[in-house]
Write a new protein. Structure first.
Length: 134
């Protein structure tokens, strides 16, 4: 497969996840960055497969309290997810929720309000099947 094959990026992400769980952050970051670079080079910067890499790196930064570094990664992941998967896709919804929580940590209330309105509208327009109808 080779060092620049998308499957190699998947393996790097898996190893990075192990290191992340073990809180070996300094070893996690270069693996995540390398995996993301491979996916972007092989599939394109806006390919849906970049979403996971962006999310993983953003989560690492967020967990380390590096909110300002996590924010643009989440923003980019949300934009790609909205464009490629749509607002109703579960991955898009998870990214939006993570973005809201991060923005709350950053105390950017205007952005939080806009994202909460988007989520509320989605949930209003798409009630869960297990919820009773009014």
């Amino acid at each position: 497969m080779g060092a620049t094959h998308p499957n190699t990026a998947g393996s790097l992400n898996n190893l990075a996840e192990l290191y992340h769980i073990q809180k070996r952050y300094e070893e996690t970051k270069p693996l995540l960055q390398r995996a993301l670079t491979i996916i972007e080079a092989q599939l394109g910067a806006d390919h849906p497969n970049t979403i996971g890499g962006l999310n993983n790196l953003a989560e690492l930064y967020w967990e380390q309290g590096r909110y300002a570094e996590a924010e643009p990664l989440y923003q980019r992941a949300v934009a790609i997810s909205l464009a490629s998967l749509g607002s109703e896709h579960p991955q898009t919804q998870l990214l939006l929720k993570n973005s809201i929580l991060l923005l709350a940590d950053l105390h950017t209330n205007g952005d939080v309000e806009a994202l909460l309105q988007l989520l509320a509208q989605h949930e209003q327009d798409n009630p869960q099947e297990d919820e009773p109808s009014p």
